[in-house]
Design a protein around this ligand. Sequence first.
Ligand code: FPP
Length: 231
Amino acid sequence: MHNLHVAIIMDGNGRWAQRRGLARTAGHVAGAAAVRAVVESAASRGVRALSLYAFSADNWRRPGAEVAGLMRLLQRYLLTQTSRCLEQRVRLSVIGRRDRLGARLVRAIEHAERATAGCTGLHLRLAVDYSAQHSILQAARLAGEDTGPADFQRLLDQVDHAGDGAGAVDLLIRTGSEQRLSDFLLWECAYAELYFTERMWPDFGPADLQAALESYASRQRRFGALAATAR
Ligand code: FPP
């Protein structure tokens, strides 16, 4: 599983909570615990990069209390997990817009990124206020006539604050039964293998990640070529 870029749309926190008679925010708290376990598992399995959709640009349309709860969780995650990331050699970055985030959250992001910049293990990328369409539009404004796919990826990384980025996604996982991309890493997922599971995100654990990786390993990737000549 070395050299893989895995992306996850972590869906189902709200339904998980509702089924238990809990507030949606309780589902997000349980979701954050699932993030910790899956990050450890991905790091120990040698996944190269893990991109997690934590807050989409459209999530601003949710009730204020839910948005505030998610922002608090993200900030707490960054403040409490940075030292754990260092222990596990995880490099943490946050992709997406920063101009609409609170100043304290931006400071926590910058601190976590600086502290883990030298880590050479898993590259954990949290997508916050992220919209692939927005990023693509911004990058297109910077692109010239001679811009090819690799240069365009660099422009996307620039507008996403992604540094040297993680490039193409190999495997995209979505939990919570829905089967759609929801504006996540649209450029990077051009040839991604898709894996959908009915598991709600708070219930998704290391064994589920293993199952997704096994499904990926069994697929034949051709990138539009014939099997014998695929890259
Ligand atoms: C989708 O579930 C999930 C989100 C909108 C937020 C994802 C956030 C977390 C997993 C926790 C915070 C993240 C970190 C990195 C600490 P939903 O609310 O849309 O679920 P539903 O479809 O069942 O309503």
